[in-house]
Design a protein around this ligand. Structure first.
Ligand SMILES: *[C@@H]1O[C@H](CO)[C@@H](O)[C@H](O)[C@H]1NC(C)=O
Ligand SMILES: *[C@@H]1O[C@H](CO)[C@@H](O)[C@H](O)[C@H]1NC(C)=O
Ligand SMILES: *[C@@H]1O[C@H](CO)[C@@H](O)[C@H](O)[C@H]1NC(C)=O
Ligand SMILES: *[C@@H]1O[C@H](CO)[C@@H](O)[C@H](O)[C@H]1NC(C)=O
Ligand SMILES: *[C@@H]1O[C@H](CO)[C@@H](O)[C@H](O)[C@H]1NC(C)=O
Ligand SMILES: *[C@@H]1O[C@H](CO)[C@@H](O)[C@H](O)[C@H]1NC(C)=O
Length: 399
């Protein structure tokens, strides 16, 4: 009995220790992610190992290294470390086709294996923007397309119009193991797009900073003109200047001036210099319609200004009769305010007068009451009468 128990205990201990040992004797690996062209380190560890051999094999089940023995002829694959506890190999210049499940085997009985997935990231190419011919014409419909290839997983493309994000249409095509990603922006250009920068930004896990490409649009559009003048009330004898302010691409030049549908009168007082028309000394005869006209290949535009030359001593806007009329209500207002102030003052005087009178009355009753405290009736009567008379006198005096 005793011996049997002893044997069972020994067997149990043996089994436990064997079980424990085999549990620790197990290969451990980790998934690896590497950027295309980089180096992948594949490590396989066994924490508790007798000298049992380790082996790495590739996704095609070809043995790469058996212990420190190289098995596959591939100069990119090198041994980093081989010990009873570790087998680490290195794959240089990784390509997308290296991706897959690698196996580490520990040659115990039976063989124990573990898998490590090697993920290879495809780096996107620098983006290119196509579809824009410089310059575009106003109202043209254009499609800007930004393309990047070679990304894995597929890259993302974002568009920015002068730093403000705009939405494009994304299209992803698989080319082999990587992706070609395109994003398009379709719109009608107008003059507001002239000089605007459209930026295509490519974002990807393999890039710490996105790749960006910018296209600055050039849009041709018809001129737009406007005339500005040097003063509002031009008077005889004054200096006067008109400027024809124009925008347009190409810049519309030259600017042509005309007066009342004909050429400018050929007089020395009128000087045309670029976009400016200067009249050195205004004369009544100068009034009329002045027009400036400019064109570029997109079209012609014009603007007009009606000049009326006022007499030399024409009253300025400050002494304008209308302006005087505006002062009328001001006077009325002041008068009104004065009237109100006077009225309020009068009211105050009346109220004050009444208040003082009533105050006197109160005094009187108090004094009359005080008569009760008099030493005798006579004195009280005298006091009361005297006070009454006195009060009446005072009352009359106050009113
Ligand atoms: C791979 O291992 C080598 C040597 O141990 C080390 O220098 C390198 O940084 C490792 N590379 C990576 C991606 O872990
Ligand atoms: C195991 O490896 C050690 C060195 O780490 C060596 O001394 C020993 O002989 C090896 N044993 C066997 C059975 O290979
Ligand atoms: C390793 O990668 C494979 C395939 O992508 C995945 O199924 C597994 O869960 C990963 N293992 C770890 C520990 O991340
Ligand atoms: C990409 O995909 C579009 C449809 O999404 C298809 O018309 C085109 O032919 C594809 N291009 C390539 C190169 O596969
Ligand atoms: C305006 O022009 C007329 C004729 O050209 C001339 O007789 C007159 O003196 C001019 N007036 C002034 C203020 O220059
Ligand atoms: C000046 O302008 C007024 C009003 O626009 C017009 O009646 C008058 O005929 C003009 N005089 C000349 C000399 O152009």
């Amino acid at each position: 009995m005793m011996l049997q128990r002893h044997l069972i205990f020994i067997l149990y201990s043996l089994c436990a220790s064997v079980f424990k040992g085999s549990q620790g004797q197990f290969p451990i690996t980790q998934n690896v992610t590497v950027v295309e062209g980089g180096t992948a380190n594949m490590t396989c560890r066994v924490d508790y190992n007798d000298n049992t051999s380790l082996q790495w094999s590739n996704p095609a089940q070809q043995t790469l290294f058996f212990g420190d023995k190289k098995a596959l002829r591939d100069h990119r694959i090198e041994l980093v470390r081989a010990s009873s506890q570790e087998l680490t190999i290195r794959i240089n210049d990784v390509s997308l086709s290296d991706e897959g499940q690698y196996t580490c085997s520990l040659f115990t009985m039976p063989v124990k294996t573990t898998k490590a997935f090697l993920t290879v990231l495809g780096v996107p190419s620098r983006p290119e923007i196509t579809g824009f011919t410089k310059p575009a014409m106003e109202k043209d419909e254009i499609t800007l397309t930004c393309t990047t290839s070679g990304s894995k997983p597929a890259a993302n493309i974002r568009w920015f119009r002068n730093d403000k994000e705009v939405q494009g249409t994304l299209e992803v095509n698989a080319t082999g193991k990587s992706f070609t990603v395109k994003s398009s922006l379709q719109f009608h250009v107008d003059k507001r797009d002239d000089g605007v920068a459209y930026t295509c930004s490519v974002e990807h896990v393999s890039l710490s900073n996105p790749y960006m490409t910018t296209e600055v649009l050039e849009v041709h559009y018809a001129p737009q003109l406007e005339i500005t003048h040097s003063q509002i009330l031009p008077q005889e004898g004054q200096y006067f200047k008109l400027e024809c302010v124009s925008i347009g691409n190409p810049i519309p030049e030259p600017v042509l001036w005309s007066k009342d549908g004909g050429e400018l009168p050929d007089i020395e007082r009128m000087i045309v210099e670029g976009r400016e028309l200067t009249i050195t000394t205004l004369n009544k005869t100068d009034n009329g319609t002045y027009r400036c006209e400019a064109s570029n290949h997109m079209g012609t535009s014009s603007a007009e200004y009606l000049l009326f030359v006022y007499a030399k001593d024409f009253p300025g806007p400050s002494t304008d009769p209308n302006a005087l009329g505006q002062h009328g209500p001001d006077h009325a207002l002041i008068g009104g305010v004065v009237a109100v102030v006077v009225f309020i003052t009068l009211c105050l005087i009346i109220v004050l007068g009444r208040y003082l009178a009533r105050h006197k009355g109160t005094y009187l009753t108090h004094e009359a009451k005080g008569a009760e405290d008099a030493p005798d009736a006579d004195t009280a009567i005298i006091n009361a009468e005297g006070n009454h008379v006195h009060a009446e006198e005072k009352k009359e005096y106050f009113i």
